[in-house]
Write a protein that binds this ligand. Sequence first.
Ligand SMILES: Cc1cc2nc3c(=O)[nH]c(=O)nc-3n(C[C@H](O)[C@H](O)[C@H](O)COP(=O)(O)OP(=O)(O)OC[C@H]3O[C@@H](n4cnc5c(N)ncnc54)[C@H](O)[C@@H]3O)c2cc1C
Length: 408
Amino acid sequence: MPIEHVETLIIGGGQAGLTMSHRLKQRGLEHLVLERQRIAERWRSERWDGLRFQFPNWSVRLPDFPYPHSDPDGFATGREIVDFISAYADFIAAPIRCGVSVNALRFRDGGCGFIAETPDGSIEADNVVVATGPYQRPVLPAWLRDDAGVFQVHASRYQNPDQLPDGAVLIVGSGASGAQIAEELLRAGRRVYLSVGRHSRLPRRYRGRDLIWWLREMGLDQTPVEARDPARLLPVISGAYGGHTIDFRRFAADGITLLGRIQAAGNGIFDFADDLAETLRGGDVVYANFLDMVDAHIERHALDMPEEPAVRARLPDPPGVTEPRRRLDISADGIGAVIWATGYGIDFSWIDVPVLDPRGGPIHHHGVTGVPGLYFLGLQWLSKRSLSFLSGVGDDAAGIADYIAARG
Ligand SMILES: Cc1cc2nc3c(=O)[nH]c(=O)nc-3n(C[C@H](O)[C@H](O)[C@H](O)COP(=O)(O)OP(=O)(O)OC[C@H]3O[C@@H](n4cnc5c(N)ncnc54)[C@H](O)[C@@H]3O)c2cc1C
């Protein structure tokens, strides 16, 4: 059977793969996008119903395609983001085949270039851009057991409160997903336990502007990967309910039971570390440092922005913080469900080309690997802080398109 040949194969039909397509088209370069399911699949099937985009509408755009909205300060629903990315695919007339998974990628026999294996046959490509996403597989604790006798779901498969059986809910993980799901369940009338880990908390708004405005104004979104602080976590922010600051002490005051980091689970018992007060203090430091940075920036540039001392106010530690519970018993505490908001990992095990480090991550510089013609796009901190986010991926894609154009 003749093997199909394309100049450049883009694997993945999310925002990154589509943006790559646009950048290649702008340079007149032939290419094909393969998407194993549907366009923007992760926004369709791996985000919960109530999730709001965490960037305000005014800031949302793909290259040459701003997000259409009537409320600049509003936050889009997941469905609206799917529609936006799908409309972008139409706008750029992306040459995309959906429902085609690349199951293996290897060198072409005896020459340069690559072979991508799909259920529909092999495709030869001179260049390959891997755009399969920064959040590819759920990370679950090793001691998780299916027979624990309680409904369990990773945040990527959580949909809404009605999906969960009756009873209290334990949420493990206090990043943006865990915090937002905890708030949603509390508002739905659930009893909520939240196991809080190390986190980076930032204000939604300060001195009259949204966080995203400040990140841009101070150039922080352009921080190059070389200046990345590896200890720094993604911020806990929310666009839900109009967008507001996540404050774990406020959660506790509203009725969520905060717990330390989970240490062990078995026989229907969960044990938690005695580190809650310290963890909250760590989040406070990041928060206060950010406010200080904004204040200094305003002063340095003599900007006319209203003061907002209330944003610095700290609620007192509720009793459960100074002496948190260390143990939960599934039956005695009436736990009906556990939600693992324990993050995401990558999976490039299908790539049989020597570009992966011992931990399975690609070795690259700004998405360009040491293997001529092989590129990665859309990973966190590919070249700058902002560039795995929807509105940032266009710059990395342009850089890679220039490399491909230069290869001839
Ligand atoms: C809970 C949550 C909330 C988020 N909120 C925001 C937010 O508010 N703002 C923001 O900017 N970002 C947000 N993000 C991050 C954002 O979702 C990702 O940055 C974005 O989806 C990345 O786009 P992408 O195109 O790089 O990857 P993805 O969206 O992951 O797209 C990759 C595509 O590749 C396909 N694919 C994978 N493997 C193969 C294969 N072998 N063959 C063919 N196709 C394949 C997948 O089906 C998928 O459609 C959030 C992430 C999470 C988890």
